[in-house]
Design a protein around this ligand. Structure first.
Ligand code: ZN
Ligand code: ZN
Length: 170
């Protein structure tokens, strides 16, 4: 059983909580001396702020080295960010339509057309189009924010021993 001090410990090579700092930020996981807001990500800790963040959470992620521990967001948030110019064609994203694999925004179904291009053929598209007029690819996205979009688990072919250990060590 984990003792009190072990409870906050991450994996090997990760960061432990500094327990002289009383608050663990629910948004970025950094420990903070302040009790009202996070010293690192500046998020507020009060219940309404937590609820606001919870409302925006979802299965979409933007690769952002400056905020690597930010929670995922809903499609509505991604779409709004794309429309506000916060996402570009080369922004690296993942979500239900990419099966959670990282992908360029211009190739991510449901995101690319909001940025003005078809994810499949690259033709000009617009945010309110349901399908590509050029290739017929669909732009609609599963709106359920609990839906990760993962593919089914399939058995892998057995590999020679060396190949296998290389894969496992990744
Ligand atoms: Zn924080
Ligand atoms: Zn197309």
């Amino acid at each position: 059983m984990a003792s009190g001090s072990e409870r906050f410990r991450g994996i090997d090579g990760g960061h432990e909580m500094d327990e002289r700092r009383a608050m663990l930020c629910p948004y970025c996981g950094t420990s903070s001396l302040r009790h009202d807001r996070c010293e690192t990500c500046t998020g507020f800790f009060d219940p309404l702020s937590r609820q606001a963040t919870q409302n925006h959470m979802g299965p979409w992620y933007i690769r952002d080295i400056e905020h690597p521990f930010r929670p995922g967001c809903s499609y509505a948030v991604m779409r709004a960010m794309a429309l506000r110019g916060k996402l570009g064609l080369s922004t690296v994203v993942r979500g239900p339509t990419t099966r959670q694999f990282w992908e360029l925004a211009r190739r991510a179904p449901g995101i690319a057309h909001v940025l003005g291009v078809c994810h499949a053929c690259g033709a000009t598209a617009s945010a309110d189009q349901p399908v590509c007029v050029s290739c017929g690819a669909g732009f609609e996205v599963e709106a359920d924010r609990q839906y990760l979009g993962l593919g089914e688990v399939r058995e892998l072919p057995s590999l020679p021993r060396t190949e296998q250990s290389r894969k496992e060590s990744k």
